[in-house]
Design a binder for this molecule. Structure first.
Ligand code: LIP
Length: 257
């Protein structure tokens, strides 16, 4: 499966890359939530190829109607994670593909064709960037840790979410090295996996934003939970907290406001 999966995702990356360097019109799904013809084109291509070669899986994808699809043996697709970056030519944008067997992560790819970075992981087989093994940083001091976060689209309308984002930053920022906001959850998780960031947290993410990144990070030695330090559940949990494992409890303490 690995070879075929990588081949298909790389080919889809050509569609993303062409779009990145083209003029594009944007449709607003919500006040802050964008979609372009390239999100749709990448998704259409991936769905066509996956349903041809991986018939034992159903497909859950960001731009599709997933109402009647039951999560189980599933391939979860974000055709362009970091669409706002994609539209504005910020090079942190990726195709994210998480393969699940019986709701458990099995294989994952996050591919950024702009920077030519392909992250891959398989359950119990490690995590890799362009074929080289990656692992989390060993930093255990929160004060020396570089963190990342994201701002949910809901912060444009939902005052509680906005206050929660600001409150958490107020509590965390003085106690870490700094906080980044790259704009692509799948890449944020991979940046923790390769030891650039020590930790990452965000609210209101969708399963396709993180389905691949959580396996890549776990295989690189990291830890992923919800805000209560319990196993993070796709489709269910509001907050994701993902770290190198060494700072996990310290970060959770600061996020508890
Ligand atoms: C986006 C994320 C981003 C997050 C947004 C959104 P999209 O995904 O990756 O980091 O802050 O809320 O979910 O919509 O570009 O696929």
């Amino acid at each position: 499966m690995k070879k075929r999966l990588i081949k298909i995702v790389k080919k889809a990356g050509k569609i993303l890359k062409k779009g990145y360097y083209s003029d594009k019109s944007v449709r607003f799904k919500a006040k802050k939530d964008l979609v372009t013809i390239y999100d749709l084109a990448v998704e259409k291509y991936l769905k066509k190829e996956f349903s041809k070669y991986f018939k034992e899986f159903n497909i859950i994808a960001e731009e599709s109607n997933n109402n009647n699809i039951e999560f189980g043996n599933s391939i979860i697709i974000d055709p362009i994670d970091g669409t706002t970056n994609f539209v504005n030519k910020v090079p942190h944008t990726a195709i994210s593909v998480g393969v699940y067997k019986d709701k458990k992560p099995y294989m994952a790819i996050v591919y950024n064709p702009i920077l030519n970075e392909l992250y891959y992981a398989k359950k119990d087989h490690g995590a890799f960037l362009n074929g080289k093994r990656i692992s989390v940083s060993k930093e255990d001091d929160l004060q020396k840790s570089l963190l990342a976060t994201g701002f949910p689209y809901s912060s444009g309308e939902n005052v509680d979410d906005l206050n929660d984002v600001v409150g958490k930053i107020k509590n965390v920022l003085p106690h870490c090295q700094d906080i980044r906001r790259l704009g692509s959850a799948s890449i944020d998780l991979c940046m923790v996996a390769k030891g650039v960031f020590e930790g990452y947290y965000e609210m209101n993410l969708k399963a396709w934003d993180v389905s691949a990144g959580i396996l890549i990070l776990s295989e690189a030695g990291g830890k992923v939970t919800n805000i209560n330090s319990e196993e993070y559940k796709l489709f269910e949990d509001k907050y994701i907290v993902a770290t190198n494992s060494y700072i996990h409890e310290k970060l959770l303490n600061k996020l508890d406001i």
